[in-house]
Design a protein around this ligand. Structure first.
Ligand code: AVJ
Length: 324
């Protein structure tokens, strides 16, 4: 047995609706929609990592610089021997900054919907942090969350610190975002939450970040259809759909769609779905906040917003919220 894996306590959260059921239900709706969490199979997770490197996608660079600049202060707020719980952990790149700044992090619990990808990236992390207790949790963090105590620890010993970077909170409409914050607070046993939030800014800058010149975001969006072809034997023609990502200034959000370029019929699980020419399938919202509007929401979700850090251009913000 690989001893580096002996300390990996794999846990699975209860299953949400699977891809097939959710896709069929979403394509039967008017307007049609596909839930954005289905972007993240292994291919989609890797496409998202490529988005994070794009020159137009300022979010990752800016947040990473904020984490590095304030890592010492953040580690002190998280406290000694913390269990860091990351929601939607992805590539696990950002948490390394926190782990390196902490004197004695006790454990790291990354939650992610992509089990295959999580397993791979956790193995790499285990090699670099041999003393850390690692507990990857495969599941959908939008569902009710109960994270069991670590073996041999009780909720008083293992002080939790939540980590929710990348402005993933932006995927939720304000009501759902608040409900999610409440559930996260409940799962942190009184610990605080470090959360990254993308800020309202020049619409052209936002537009560019979701309509990159290299077309990676378009590929990421179309991966939903490619994934349906791979996993469900659907026959989506990827060239017959276009990536469309406008900024809705009234709702402070980027909206993403796949637009059918012609009238067409697609077979999926023994059923047929009709698309009109120009018909849009909604695939994602990415809400933007002001520092104040986000702090207000955090208050309503039962947190005390404490520290907030932002860059000189006020592109992105990092918030330390304490449970109240
Ligand atoms: C991972 C949800 C934060 O909204 O910016 C990136 C996803 N979509 N480009 C975002 C995404 C298109 C991203 N989040």
């Amino acid at each position: 047995m690989d001893t580096s894996l002996a300390r990996l306590q794999h846990v699975a959260l209860p299953e949400g609706k699977n891809f097939t059921d959710s896709l069929v239900a979403g394509l039967r709706k008017t307007p049609k929609e596909i839930a954005c969490k289905f972007f993240y199979d292994e291919t989609g997770s890797r496409l998202f990592d490529a988005i994070c490197e794009l020159p137009e996608y300022y979010q990752t660079r800016t947040e990473t610089a904020l984490l590095k600049r304030h890592a010492g202060e953040i580690a002190a707020l998280m406290g000694r021997e913390a269990e860091i719980v990351e929601f939607g952990a992805g590539s696990l790149r950002k948490v390394r900054i926190l782990l390196d700044a902490s004197q004695d992090p006790y454990a790291y619990t990354p939650l992610d919907i992509s089990g295959d990808y999580l397993q791979k990236v956790v193995r790499a992390l285990a090699v670099d942090y041999p003393a850390l207790v690692l507990r990857p949790v495969v599941g959908d963090f939008t569902r009710p969350l109960e994270i069991p105590d670590l073996p041999g620890r009780n909720s008083k010993m293992s002080r939790r610190a939540g980590f929710f970077p990348g402005s993933t909170i932006g995927n939720f409409k304000p009501d759902a975002a608040m409900a999610l914050l409440r559930r996260m607070r409940a799962s942190l046993n009184g610990g605080g939450l470090l959360i990254g939030v993308d800020l309202v800014k020049d619409p052209l800058r936002l537009h560019a970040a979701y309509n990159d010149a290299a077309g990676v975001t378009a590929l990421f969006n179309k991966n939903l259809l490619a994934r349906a072809n791979r996993e469900l034997g659907a026959d989506f023609d990827l060239d017959a759909f276009a990536h469309y990502a406008p900024y809705n200034a009234n709702a402070h959000r980027i909206e993403m769609y796949l637009v059918s370029l012609k009238r067409q019929s697609v077979a999926l699980g023994g059923q047929h779905f009709e698309f009109a020419q120009g018909e849009a399938v909604h695939t994602e919202d990415s809400h933007k906040y002001t520092i104040e509007s986000f702090r207000e929401m955090a208050c309503r979700a039962g947190f005390n917003p404490r520290a907030v850090w932002t860059d000189e251009e006020r592109l992105f913000s990092l918030h330390w919220l304490e449970s109240r």
